[in-house]
Design a protein around this ligand. Structure first.
Ligand SMILES: [Zn+2]
Length: 272
């Protein structure tokens, strides 16, 4: 209740705040990079971070909320602070398959960085949480005006390309127990905790397999002491042994993300 009251006051403050300068509530809430739940925003220098934050609004992400729809213009981009979303694609009449698990290290709006306004993929919230939302035009303006924000988001695009290509290799070369272990580790990395509130149906969709296969594999992992099932959640009990059970794809994806975003980005050079 306290949280809801805070958010209600916060939204009232946002609606009445001046459009000039960082809104007072956001300024206090994100005074330090450590206060920003999204890893990408936290990597920005204070001037660029403030430029971005003053155009954002904090929003709740609810289960099954669609953040971007396939083949439709994007209205907003999102910097996820908590929870998890799934970026999916389709192959003909087959059920959608996940191509990316998104969380606190991610940004929903890659097409905008590449000059496109229509999304080729759907993005749906699977685990409720929070995000910083920015209107499409505001983000495009920032990308043009702020070299540091452009550079950060392009680096993120590079990380997602490696992520997607590794999934292609993983899905064609590795077995279901390895892939499920990889997926759980990526989800843990994105959510930032050992409890993953997802159903077997969601995991089956993520891996493009039947639910019965997920149920069997989850049961085997639980019997081996790697994970535990608890009220619609998967709890990772032994991370190191889960890594041993996984293929190497998790490490490739994690290191690609870190190496793509590593290094200084604070280049305050205006576009000509
Ligand atoms: Zn793999």
């Amino acid at each position: 209740m306290l949280e809801l009251d805070f958010e209600k006051r916060e939204m009232q403050n946002l609606s009445s705040a001046s459009s000039v300068g960082l809104k007072p509530v956001l300024r206090a809430r994100y005074a330090s990079p450590l206060d920003v739940g999204n890893d990408l925003v936290a990597r920005l220098s204070p001037p660029s971070r403030h430029s971005l934050l003053e155009r954002c609004e904090p929003v709740r992400l609810t289960a099954r909320q669609v953040l971007q729809e396939r083949r439709l213009p994007m209205q907003h981009a999102y910097f996820i602070e908590s929870g998890a979303a799934s970026l999916t694609t389709r192959a003909g009449d087959c059920p959608p398959v996940e191509i990316h698990t998104l969380g606190r290290k991610d940004f929903v709006g890659v097409p905008l960085v590449l000059g496109m306004r229509v999304s080729p993929h759907r993005c749906t919230v699977h685990v409720p949480g929070n995000a910083l939302r920015i209107e499409t035009e505001a983000l495009i303006g920032l990308i043009k005006a702020d070299r540091e924000i452009e550079k950060l988001l392009l680096r993120y695009v590079q990380a997602t390309l490696i992520h997607s290509s590794q999934l292609v290799a993983c899905n064609s070369r590795h077995n279901l127990p390895q892939r499920l272990a990889r997926w759980l580790l990526v989800a843990r990395d994105r959510i930032g905790g050992n409890e993953i509130a997802l159903t077997h149906k969601c995991m089956a969709q993520a891996l493009g397999v039947r639910r019965a296969g997920i149920t069997t594999t989850v049961g085997d992992m639980e019997a081996s002491g790697l994970i535990r099932r608890s009220r619609g959640r998967i709890v990772i009990v032994d991370e190191s042994r889960l890594e041993e059970a996984s293929c190497t794809c998790f490490r490739v994806i994690r290191s690609a993300h870190e190496s793509s975003l590593a290094g200084p980005i604070a280049l305050r050079v205006a576009h000509p």
